[in-house]
Structure formats: C-alpha cells, structure tokens
Write a protein that binds this ligand. Structure first.
Ligand SMILES: *[C@@H]1O[C@H](CO)[C@@H](O)[C@H](O)[C@H]1NC(C)=O
Ligand SMILES: *[C@@H]1O[C@H](CO)[C@@H](O)[C@H](O)[C@H]1NC(C)=O
Ligand SMILES: *[C@@H]1O[C@H](CO)[C@@H](O)[C@H](O)[C@H]1NC(C)=O
Ligand SMILES: *[C@@H]1O[C@H](CO)[C@@H](O)[C@H](O)[C@H]1NC(C)=O
Ligand SMILES: *[C@@H]1O[C@H](CO)[C@@H](O)[C@H](O)[C@H]1NC(C)=O
Length: 876
C-alpha cells in the first residue's frame, strides 16, 4: 500500500518550551528492559528521576545517527542511501536505496514522496480523487538538507517558519515497516482520526492508532512532534498550507473531494434501536415519540428486521414492514435500514452473486481453502471465497467492493433494487464494514454457546510459516502490542493475506478502504434503487469517504465521557471532510439515565446526523428497558424543545451543508476556526460553532445547574443570546447582548443548549413542524443581528432546492439568496438577491426579526423596491 498522508497544516502555531527529549520508542512490545532494549541497539533509560512526562519511552532509538544520506539527482529529486546508523530493529531489511522527491500540486499543495523503485499499489489511485487545488496567498517551501547525515527535510512557510521538520532523524524504510519522525513547531496538533479522545488537541503523550477496527500507524512522542509508523507501502505526503484553518479544510476537500449533500429530511431527528422484537415493537416506539409531538423524521431498523441477520430479507415478526414504510412516507417520514457487508453463503442473494460472477474476498491459492468449512456450502465448495463468521447463522463472505469489474457493484445494486421493491427504504446504514468478523483465530469465540448464535468455526489466518507474511509482519503495529498477548492484525477482522480487487490487491494493503469502497458502491446502489438522493451512513471511513456518505461515531456507551467525546468527534469529522456526522444519542451500549439522555438530545439537536440509537436486548424477558425520549416526561419535553429549535434553523443548517459541498466549509467546528485571534479559543473543545453564526455551549456535566463557557473576545464581534425565552434568565434572555469572556450559562433542562448568535449575521429560519417535510412548506423568516461596524451591516444566505432529488451538478442545482442588511441614522436597508434555478422556488418571506434595533420604528416609511408599503403597526 502507498500510505497516503494528508497533513492539515493549521497556521496557528506557537513554539512550546518543551525540554523533554524527542524519544522514539524502540520497545513498544510489553516489558522493555535494559537487556532486550540493548539487544536492539537502542538506549535504555528508565527516567527513574521522574524527569519525563508519563508515557516517555524508556527504550529509545539512537535517532540522531539513523536514516539515509542524500545525493541530489535533479531539481526536486534525490537518491537516498541507507547510512550506518541503526537498522530496522524488527528486522526485515532496510531498503538500501530510495527516491525522495517533492512537487507542487497546483497552487496550494506540496507533495513529498519517499519511495523505493518497486511498482507498488497506490492507494491514491484507487481513491480516484479529484486532486483539485485552489489558490492561496500562502506558499510552502521544501528545504532539503542533503549535506547532513542523515539527510532531512523541512517544509516551511515563506516567512521561514518550519511546519514539518524531519531533522530528529530516525527514518526507517523496509518492505513492511516505515518510520518517519517529525518535529512540529507547536504541540497544537489536531485531527488524527478516527480515535475517541478526551480533547480536540491531540495529546502528544499518547499513542494513536489509525487503522480501521483496531490498529496501525501513529506514535506521538513527548515533544512537539510525532513518529509516523506504518507497515508497508511508500510515503506519499500532501501538505496544505492554509493559512487559515478553514482554508486548510477547503484545500484538503478540494483535493480529496467535497462532501455529498444530504437530503433535507436526513437533517431531521432519527430514532433507532437494536433490539426491537417485532414490527409492532418498532411501531409502538415510533408512536410514543410522535405522541409527544416531538419533531421526528426517520425511523430505523437495525438487524432485528432481517430474517436471522441475512441482508435483504425480512424476519417473521416483521410481516407488513413494507406497508409500514409506506405509512411512514404518508406521514412525511422516512426509513433507513441497516445493511451489513457480510453475506451468508447459502441463500438466494448469494446465489445471485455467484450467478452474476460478483467477486468476494478470497484466498490466494486453492490449497489455502479450509475444506472443513468450505465444503459445508455447495455454492462456495469449489471456490476460493474466504468464509468468516458474523451475525448470521451460517458462514459469510465479504463482497469485494474494490472489484475493478462491474459485476460486484451491479449485483449489490440489483439486491438494493429488489429489496427496495419490498420495502421502500430511503437510506442505508452500513455497519460492520472494517470489515468486522467474529472470533478470527480464536479457539473459544464470544459467540460459542450463545443461545442466539451457533458455534460456527471461525476464520483462521496463518500466523506462522511461509503464509504468515501478511498476518504476522515483523513489526506488528502499536495497537497489536497494546492489545496484549496473542494479538495479531486480523483480530476481529479478516486475514490480511486475503485477496480483493478481483485478486489484484491484498487486504493488507487496502484494509482501511473496505468501508470507503462499500460507501461508494452503496451510494450508487441507493440512488439506482430509490431514484432519489438518499443517504448512506458508514461506520468505517477513509479520506474522501465524505463524498459518498456520512458517519456516526461508532458504538458508544451511555456515559458522560462519551457525551463529551461526541462533541470532539463531530468537530474532527468536519475537519476530515465528512460533515454529516453525529453520535448515538443517549449512548448505544449500557443503560442510559434520564439526565444523560436529556443532555444528549440537547447536544445532538445541533449535530447534522441526529440519531437516538440504543442497544436494548433482553432475550429472556419482555421488560428490556425502553430508552427513547418518550420514556421520561422530562426527556420528551426537553427533546421536543431542542428539536423545535433545530427544525426552526434547518434552512440555515441545510445551507451550511450546501457550502460544505460547494466550498469545503465546515458545518460544526472549533471556536478557533472563527476566532483564532483570541488565543484562548485554541484550547476550547467543550463548545463549538454551528456554522459561522451560532456558538453552542453544551451541558456536558452531570447534575450541572450551570455550564461554564467562553465567549471569544474579538474586536468588532459581539454575541447575542438565542437562549432562552425564559425571561427569568435575565442574563441570557433571548436577544440580549452577552459580554465576552468566561460566562456561566444556566443549564436548563427544558430548552435547548446555551446558544448565542454572532453580530453581523442573517439567519434564514422556518417555523418548526413535526417533520422536515412539513417544516419546508412553511414561510421563511429572517433573524437579523446587526454588526458592530458603523453600517451595522449583516449578511447571510439561503441555499434551497427540493431537498430530495439526485444532485447532478452541485454547482447549478440550487436557488441562492443573499441577504444584506445595513443601517444609517435615517434608514435601514435589507437587500435580497436571488439567483434562481428553474423548478426551485424559495419559501415566501413572512417576517424578519432584528436584534438590538436602536430606535423606534416609523411604520409609515417602509418601502419595498422603492414603493411605499403600508404596514399594520398593530400586528408588527
Ligand atoms: C538521574 O539521577 C542520577 C543520580 O542523580 C543521575 O546520575 C542521572 O543522570 C539522572 N538521569 C536523568 C535522566 O536525569
Ligand atoms: C468471472 O470473471 C472472471 C474475471 O474476469 C473471469 O475470468 C471468469 O471467466 C468469469 N466467470 C464467468 C462465469 O463469467
Ligand atoms: C440495564 O437494565 C436492565 C433492566 O433493568 C438490566 O437487566 C441490565 O443488567 C442493565 N444493564 C447494565 C449494563 O447495567
Ligand atoms: C448527581 O446527583 C446524584 C443524585 O444526587 C448523585 O448520586 C451523583 O453522584 C451526582 N453526580 C455527580 C457527578 O455529582
Ligand atoms: C451589502 O451592503 C453593503 C452596504 O450597502 C455593501 O457595501 C456590500 O457590498 C453588500 N454586500 C453584499 C454581499 O451584497
């Protein structure tokens, strides 16, 4: 695999005065000691004097002498030769000779490559990225130090500031292990994904792994910098200069592809549960939530609806599901169904795949096939298809979504079409697509002797002998070492030696692309089946997944920590160009509490993907605990209020998504994106911006009666409360200007989160309704918050389309309205400029609301397009 590294270079950097040495761990395995450390040629120092921060490696590499020397070949290209320093401590042979090169890509991207001269698979080619660039005032310069040994390079800004510096040394380049150590000018590092972590700023005292499901890749060191480790390929590094954080994300998404536009209804509230026993069970929960008049758009079914967990089937207790989805549609609601990639190998869906010559993950050679499993199933008996165990009662195969031929995607699309004829679902939730497999290489998998799952023999990948090359490489990855004894790369997934891409690529090289490739194929299948825009939500993602769908932050737990980490995860996925993202509200695993569930709805009401999802399974009794908002009166009321606020602002939220799709803007982002000149915002990760105009301070603490937040201090910007209509909250009542600095917000349980609007904004709104479909039919109103400049100017915009058609060309599919407001001592002017497209009519403007209006209004002097209007001052 060619490792594809995108470095999002955030320009806000300040040098840290860290006196801790830059140490590269030489014994990530358990139990480093003096003897084993020195046997690797490394230095052992236990820091017994407590001079280092926690997690400082005690066994570290003599990095200053390690690496390659460089000889210039031509402009932008050097030949690298392995120097006399320490060789790869895990063995496997350092490649003696490499090529180092760099190139400008368009105006704004620097591409640095370190590679050998073998033709290896290029992940970047599989991704088929647009690789567009956009101009910027910033330039990056590569400075190659080819006279030192080891050679190093720096990437600098034009003013000389280094943003990426490999002078720490320690470059290792082997066939199955690559290491690059990088010094950064600051410890303010953001955006290594996907990891659950307690702060937005990536801790430099921790080891992160970036491989889907469990493993791989980044090690950070106790200094402003990090060590990137990977188990193969080449280094193909792209640096995006910004200079502002927002521009970095625009440049990155121009290059990898901008995010898909979700259908309007997908911004509505969604209800999901794993553990419905029947369709009636689902209906009763949907009715309960609707009964409270909670704005609510999407009802889900998890794998419960299937016949024994087989994709494209309907279980016995689910007769009439198709009619029920029609009923949901009649109510203006929608339905999303789960689909797992694992396909049981003995039913008609799989039969059709075989008949159509669809491709599946397979063994490389016939002699590797385990016949004790394979021969149980006539359809795979004489194939090399790799079988594993997931939810279904029989063995499963994994579709090869990287198949370069069209048979696999055609079969998948055909299955979607057929199933859509039975149940007219509107979206696909694709789970388990790391891909997850149960019990790989385990003697006693968790499902053994479980009433609800037969004891199927799990997949076994060779971990010793000549075939173990890919499943047991010399360096096993940090995550495997962290996992502990007996771990290996295929833990909970398929063998790394499995072949895919119709035999052209090894899973080892493309493992992290499985969810990405399934998203791409499924997005097409959804559109073909529904004829509508549809939506795909994927558990596993890769750079550029945002083009095809959204993401939920995985199977979280009902804890206050997971509530906090959802705030961070959603901001991060916006940095990754996957803005349609949210967490499972209330927590998926574990029993939630009334208070936690209430706060989670209040938070979720701002996330683009807003879904309540829980695991409630109790196979033995009928009293499994319901956890949807209708269970607790207080949660129902709070959710209704929070949702009503959200639904009022949907025209704004939808416009933010349009901008994300068009320009690579973020929908939810850290405060420093908008107020980076206030250095205090750099550390804030418990609050976020909802687009450029709205600042949210979610309540994240148990039993809180107030929530502390920070209001940025930026010249010319002030904030007004959108919170709350409750007049007793005198400091924060609606429309009031709020002082900057630290503020203690009342943590209401009856309304939405503490929410402020920024001066200079115009926000399009519609009255809330029970569904987005109904809300879209209402009139428009504008919230105008005059700016602090002499003109008191404010601007805003509305992107509008039918919300549900397939977007053929995102640049031409909407009616755009720009709003512009200004004020003089004698008159105020609101200008609306409409750039219409055929067939898309804006809702009518019903009223506008102006905050902080300084004078009494003279109702005789209203004009529209120069003509005097008569205003009913009683009704005004
Ligand atoms: C720790 O203390 C010992 C004894 O004072 C000293 O010899 C050693 O250099 C110190 N080590 C470090 C890493 O500071
Ligand atoms: C299936 O596809 C493979 C790869 O293109 C081809 O070699 C094989 O002949 C095809 N089999 C059938 C039955 O079409
Ligand atoms: C959740 O609640 C149910 C029903 O009260 C109980 O049976 C179960 O043990 C609880 N689960 C956890 C993880 O506490
Ligand atoms: C919140 O209040 C409950 C009930 O008084 C108490 O049991 C719990 O420990 C409190 N939690 C915190 C974090 O203070
Ligand atoms: C908004 O109006 C002001 C004052 O009339 C003008 O200077 C500015 O260019 C306008 N902006 C837009 C986006 O139309």
């Amino acid at each position: 695999m060619r490792n594809f590294i995108f470095l999002l270079v955030v320009s806000i950097v300040t040098a840290d005065k860290s006196d801790v040495k830059f140490r590269i761990d030489c014994w990530p395995e358990p139990g480093p000691n003096k003897a084993n450390c020195e046997s690797r040629g490394c230095t052992n120092d236990h820091l017994s004097n407590n001079t280092g921060p926690p997690n400082t490696p005690s066994c570290f590499m003599p990095r200053e002498q390690m690496g390659y020397s460089a000889t210039r070949v031509r402009d932008g290209e050097w030949k690298l030769t392995k120097n006399k320093g320490l060789a790869n401590p895990w063995g496997g042979g350092d490649l003696p000779s490499l090529k180092f090169s760099y190139n400008d890509v368009g105006d704004s991207v620097i591409n640095v490559r370190i590679e050998d001269n073998l033709k290896r698979l290029e992940t970047g080619d599989l991704l088929n990225l647009p690789r567009a660039t956009q101009s910027t005032i910033e330039r990056l310069i590569v400075d190659v130090r080819d006279t030192s040994d080891p050679f190093s390079f720096q990437v600098k800004r034009e003013d000389g500031q280094s943003i990426f510096d490999t002078s720490p040394g320690g470059l290792i380049f082997s066939d199955k292990f690559i290491q690059l150590a990088v010094q950064l000018p600051s410890s303010r590092m953001f955006g290594w994904g996907e990891n659950v972590h307690p702060h937005l700023k990536v801790s430099i005292l921790f080891t992160w792994s970036l491989r889907t499901t469990e493993q791989r890749m980044v090690i950070t060191v106790p200094a402003p910098g990090y060590v990137y480790r990977t188990i193969g390929g080449i280094l193909d590094i792209y640096l995006f200069p910004g200079p502002s954080p927002a521009e970095v994300i625009q440049q990155y998404t121009a290059f990898v592809g901008r995010s898909f536009l979700p259908p309007y209804w997908a911004l509505g509230f969604q209800l999901c549960r794993y553990g419905y026993k029947s369709l009636d069970d689902m209906k009763s929960r949907v009715d309960a939530v609707r009964g409270y008049k909670i704005p609510f758009d999407v009802a889900y079914s998890d794998i419960d609806y299937m016949d024994r967990s087989k994709d494209f089937t309907i279980g016995a207790n689910w007769a009439g599901f198709g009619d029920y989805v029609k009923q949901l549609h009649d109510w203006g609601m929608h339905n999303i169904l789960i689909f797992d990639p694992s396909i049981e190998v003995d039913y008609d869906t799989f039969q059709r795949a075989i008949d159509k010559n669809a491709s599946f993950l397979e063994w490389e050679r016939p002699d590797e096939v385990p016949h004790d499993i394979q021969d149980l199933y006539p359809l795979v008996k004489n194939t090399k298809i790799l079988l594993s165990v997931v939810w279904p009662d029989k063995h499963v195969a994994f579709p090869d979504f990287l198949d370069p031929q069209k048979e696999t995607s055609e079969w998948w699309t055909d299955e979607f079409r057929r199933f859509h004829d039975q149940i007219a679902f509107d979206g696909a939730w694709i789970d388990m697509n790391e891909p997850a497999a149960f019990g790989t290489n385990e003697l006693n998998p968790f499902y053994f002797d479980n009433d609800n799952h037969p004891n199927l023999k799990p997949l076994s990948c060779p971990l010793t002998g000549p075939d173990s090359e890919w499943d047991a490489p010399p360096y096993k990855t940090q995550a495997v070492y962290n996992f502990g004894k007996g771990a290996y790369l295929a833990v909970k997934t398929v063998c790394m030696r499995a072949m895919c891409g119709r035999g052209s690529v090894r899973q080892y090289d493309v493992h992290s692309l499985y969810g990405w490739s399934e998203s791409r194929v499924t997005a097409d299948a959804m559109r073909a089946a529904t004829g509508k825009r549809g939506v795909v939500i994927s558990r596993s993602t890769f750079p550029s997944s945002g083009r095809f769908g959204g993401h939920w932050l995985g199977d979280n737990t009902a804890t206050w920590d997971d509530l906090r980490s959802a705030v961070i995860g959603v901001m991060e996925f916006n940095l990754f160009g996957i803005p349609y993202v949210g967490s499972d509200v209330c927590g998926f695993n574990g029993n939630t509490t009334e208070q936690l569930c209430l706060r989670w709805h209040q938070l979720g009401a701002f996330h683009s993907f807003y879904r309540l999802a829980q695991l409630i399974i109790n196979h033995n009794t009928d009293d499994g605990m319901d956890q949807d908002p209708a269970v607790w009166e207080s949660v129902a009321v709070a959710t209704r209020n929070a949702n009503q606020f959200r639904y009022e602002y949907l025209p704004y939220l939808y416009s933010l998504h349009y901008r994300a799709s068009l320009y690579g803007d973020t929908v939810i982002r850290p405060l420093f994106f908008d107020f980076g000149s206030d250095m205090k915002t750099l550390e804030i990760d418990e609050q976020f911006m909802w687009g450029p105009s709205i600042l949210v301070t979610p309540v994240l603490k148990e039993n809180a009666s107030t929530m502390q937040g920070y209001i940025p201090q930026v010249p010319g910007v002030s904030f007004y409360s959108l919170y709350s209509p409750d007049a007793s909250l005198s400091d924060f009542s609606y429309g009031k200007k709020v002082a900057s600095g630290i503020a203690n917000f009342p943590a209401l349980t009856t309304y939405n989160e503490p929410t402020l609007v920024r001066s200079g904004s115009i926000i399009p709104r519609q009255a809330s309704a029970v569904t987005t479909v109904a809300a879209r039919k209402g009139n428009l109103n504008l919230l105008i918050v005059p700016g602090e400049d002499t003109d008191r100017s404010a601007t805003g915009e509305l992107y509008w389309d039918d919300g549900d058609s397939i977007v053929e060309d995102i640049h031409t599919s909407f009616t755009k309205t720009s709003f512009n407001f200004s004020m003089t001592s004698t008159a105020s002017t609101l200008t609306m400029t409409v750039a219409p497209v055929e067939g898309v009519t804006n809702p009518s403007l019903e009223f506008f609301e102006i905050f902080s209006y300084p004078t009494a209004v003279d109702f005789k002097k209203f004009t529209m397009n120069g003509e005097t209007l008569s205003i009913d001052s009683q009704a005004f």
